[in-house]
Write a protein that binds this ligand. Structure first.
Ligand code: HEM
Length: 506
């Protein structure tokens, strides 16, 4: 009975929406000069033609058909895709304020408390304040210097564990599991001055499971229909209920086991000196001063969990896969470290900057296997103009950064994993956005502030692995499967492959 009522309501809603949409689109058609794209139908827009899987490769195909700027009408949402360095510059730099907001959707609204965080909030006072408050505790060279010994120790612990495990050198292991623990430790040291002893640590397991669920639920294309077509939203009820439960559990876990624990510790011991402060101490100070509230504190923890840990882990995993599939590159990297640092001398953060081939391997990994290939979606709060077209307010703007970095019009054989390009024809290109063809961390106001931590962590981790092991595909296989798995704006490797690590002796 309930379902019938719901169906009846939905059909009525659909009918009303068709009429409204037809009227609106007539009006709009007159007023706006919209970017090219497939012809939309009422209600659904282009959704039925385009489908749910709006990944960087599909959007590249659309760009080849419709051009550097195109528009898809996904139900009620406008999606603008930008696919040239010039237009990326316009969106991220020249009109950085106009396009500096973020779209939200029904699912992200749940996980971010409707934009009470930093990563997914609109461009404005709140974002500015959050970014300012997070800068000193997370995004400065001082943070790197305070934490680099910790990262080196975590990478050394990975090397030790692998050396101790005889299976690693024979049938192989899923190294990713251990690297995941390492990345959690790298970030939880910065945030809370905490680390997890082992992969079996119950708190780590809980955290990992909830973060994994959050990531899966948010990146899935499964909920698009309810987001695009509001009258279908009732059918998402079950999905959104699960999202809310995961969100509540996660925020409670951050609060009970980490933030409150830290408060207890500092209230009994006091924060000794500036040097011993961890990130959350700074954030709690901002709360005490009344600059932010307790929810904002917890959403900062939430943001770091998603923005920092997974992205860097995926990039490490992609890097390892490419090094295994290109043994000659792996060997060249090992030779560079042996020559410039010394055989058996463990590389440290300052070493990473004087190893050009290591830098090139990291850059090439981030180019071909961009973890956030469409950047985090941008949005214009007000009607705007781009390339002579009208962009209606609150359009979702995707910059196809992956295509910019993999377009054969701009790169020599972009499909090849060839770090040498960054020492030869592309030697001036940096990861910080000095070239609009290469934006693995974005550029401009909403660019990734975590680049300052991510690059040294990538260098230390890949460097230590290559100098201590020969990394190979599992027995009987000649390559690792590098099929990707794309999400709303993420790209990770589909299979967490078993790999063989033969320890080197010095
Ligand atoms: C290899 C690792 C990483 C990659 C590839 C990456 C990439 C990105 C990209 C593409 C964006 C969006 C840029 C835009 O929308 O224009 C972003 C935003 C962000 N990243 Fe990263 N990131 C990485 C690591 C980190 C780390 C380690 C942290 C924190 C410690 C971090 C924190 C953030 C934050 C807070 C934002 C949101 C900035 C804003 O909206 O103002 N990221 N990242």
């Amino acid at each position: 009975m309930m379902d019938l009522l719901l169906l009846e309501k939905t059909l009525l809603g659909l009918f009303a929406a068709i009429v409204i949409a037809a009227v609106v689109s007539k009006l709009r058609g007159k007023k706006f000069k919209l970017p090219p794209g497939p012809i939309p139908v009422p209600i659904f827009g282009n959704w039925l033609q385009v489908g749910d899987d709006l990944n960087h490769r599909n959007l590249t195909e659309y760009a080849k058909k419709f051009g550097d700027i195109l528009m898809l009408r996904m139900g009620q949402r406008n999606l603008v895709v930008v696919s040239s360095p010039e237009l990326a510059k316009e969106v991220l730099h020249t009109q950085g304020v106009e396009f500096g907001s973020r779209t939200r959707n029904v699912v992200f609204d749940i996980f971010t408390g409707k934009g009470q965080d930093m990563v997914f909030t609109v461009y404005g006072e709140h974002w500015r304040k959050m970014r300012r408050i997070m800068t000193v505790p997370f995004f400065t060279n001082k943070v790197v210097q305070q934490n680099r010994h910790g990262w080196e120790a975590e990478a050394a612990a990975v090397v030790d564990d692998v050396r101790k495990n005889p299976a690693a050198a024979t049938e192989g292991i899923v190294l990713r599991r251990r690297l995941q623990l390492m990345m959690y430790n790298n970030m939880y040291r910065i945030m809370f001055d905490r680390r997890f002893e082992s992969e079996e640590d119950p708190l780590f397991l809980k955290l990992k499971a909830l973060n994994g669920e959050r990531s899966r639920l948010a990146q899935s294309f499964e909920y698009n229909y309810g987001d695009f077509i509001p009258v279908l939203r009732p059918f998402l009820r079950g999905y959104l209920k699960i999202c809310r439960e995961v969100k509540e559990k996660r925020i409670k876990l951050f609060k009970d086991y980490f933030v409150d624990e830290r408060k207890k510790l500092t209230s009994t011991k006091g924060t000794d000196s500036e040097g011993l402060k961890c990130a959350i101490d700074h954030i709690l100070e901002a709360q005490q001063k009344g600059e932010i509230n307790e929810d904002n504190v917890l959403y900062i923890v939430e943001n770091i969990n998603v923005a920092a840990i997974e992205t860097t882990l995926w990039s490490i995993e992609w890097g390892i896969a490419e090094l295994i599939n290109h043994p000659e590159i792996q060997k060249k990297l090992r030779d560079e470290i042996d020559t410039l640092v010394g055989p058996g001398v463990q590389i440290t953060e300052p070493d990473t900057y004087r190893l050009p081939y290591l830098q090139a391997v990291v850059k090439e990994t981030l180019r071909l296997r961009m973890a956030i290939p469409l950047l985090v979606p941008h949005m214009n709060l007000h009607d705007a103009k781009l390339a002579g077209y009208d962009i209606p307010a609150e359009s979702k703007i995707l910059v196809n950064a992956w295509f910019l970095a993999n377009d054969e019009a701009h790169w020599k054989k972009p499909e090849e994993f060839r770090p040498e390009r960054f020492l030869e024809e592309e030697s001036n290109v940096e990861a910080n956005g000095n070239d609009f063809r290469y934006l693995p961390f974005g550029v401009g106001r909403r660019s990734c502030p975590g680049i300052i931590l991510a690059l040294p962590i990538l260098g230390i981790t890949l460097g230590r692995l290559v100098q201590n092991f020969e990394m190979l595909p599992p027995p009987g296989e000649s390559k690792i499967d590098t099929t990707g798995k794309a999400g709303q704006f993420s790209l990770q490797i589909l299979k967490h492959s078993t790999i063989v690590l033969k320890p080197r002796s010095f």
